[in-house]
Design a protein around this ligand. Sequence first.
Ligand SMILES: NC(=O)c1ccc[n+]([C@@H]2O[C@H](COP(=O)([O-])OP(=O)(O)OC[C@H]3O[C@@H](n4cnc5c(N)ncnc54)[C@H](O)[C@@H]3O)[C@@H](O)[C@H]2O)c1
Ligand SMILES: [Fe+2]
Length: 382
Amino acid sequence: MVNRIVLNETSYHGAGAIKEIATEAAKRGFKKAFVCSDPDLVKFGVTKKVTDVLDEAKLAYEVYSEIKPNPTIENVQTGVAAFKKAEADYLIAIGGGSSMDTAKAIGIIINNPEFEDVRSLEGVADTKKPSVPIIAVPTTAGTAAEVTINYVITDVEKKRKFVCVDPHDIPVIAVIDPEMMSSMPKGLTAATGMDALTHAIEGYITKAAWEMTDMFHLKAIELISDNLRGAVENTAEGREGMAMGQYIAGMGFSNVGLGIVHSMAHALGAVYDTPHGVANAILLPTVMEYNADATGDKYKYIAKAMGVEGVEDMSQEEYRKAAVDAVKKLSSDVGIPSDLKEIVKEEDLQFLAESAYADACAPGNPKDASVEDIIKLYQSLL
Ligand SMILES: NC(=O)c1ccc[n+]([C@@H]2O[C@H](COP(=O)([O-])OP(=O)(O)OC[C@H]3O[C@@H](n4cnc5c(N)ncnc54)[C@H](O)[C@@H]3O)[C@@H](O)[C@H]2O)c1
Ligand SMILES: [Fe+2]
């Protein structure tokens, strides 16, 4: 059995890390950056924290911010045209998963123009060349898109989000600076943090999991469970712990895959534009219950990593329940709703379930879920 691990070439971690962008850009001889960010981050001065570093170092750049949350094919295609016009030679992605994923798709298409329709990148795309070099700077502590080999694009016409998996898209450099995350409001911190927890748990129990990714995922579960409440209160320690926890989860899941929490969340994102983290957080405990009997003793270690006491003396049934309860408790402590009543319409269930069933994350689920199973899972939350 051969396992593969793909990670960034270089990553920086810690408060003030964004200063390293100037050093790296100069050292690598980059000439002009195409900065991908979103309109709110530009408005709230988050993007500026990085462009100030570029200004100070007299490095050329152009900002592209036509990126919406759950980014679309159109966002990518407009970005590709703008990149060409800018005559840039590298990308700096500043934002959450939406900005980073758009940057990845732009970087891939610039160097592999045969995929300019974007849709053909779905799944494992056979690109021949690495993306234009990307420096990724996350401003949420959630997706870990800065270290993953995936990106997710929304097909508005077909009402679906599709996942693209391609080692050629991994950012060369990731800069994880918790100060870039400190402006996140409570709700966004909670939702994106629960996305990170979902990565860690789904990555830990996914079919392809192995020792090295288990190590990343368990550490990530521990860090997220210890720090998400603090991050929601905007403590420096909480922000630092979440920045690290979400990145470590990415080091794992990017290399082994996820499961149907993500498949079901992608369907909600495409149909209702539900924020990705909120969708995952609501679905996670229910899907954990469904998956429990296909996870051996793994929930024991999830419960332990989440700080549950007395796990060693528990029966299998007890520790499985304890793990799910710990997730529910964290989710409710940070203010995530516990059901989909406000989001899902009964008449959409068949479409949502079929769409989740066809999603690239579904085959990784520890248990093979049918369309009917998925309908029941959604229904149990209505
Ligand atoms: N590439 C991957 O491996 C991967 C993994 C999981 C999810 N995703 C995708 O990432 C997207 C979600 O990304 P996200 O959850 O990071 O959110 P996002 O990028 O969609 O951003 C959501 C909102 O938060 C705002 N925001 C971001 N950072 C902020 C900050 N520091 N202060 C104030 N506001 C801030 C943005 O302006 C935006 O309005 C989805 O499309 C999802 O499918 C990708
Ligand atoms: Fe996610």
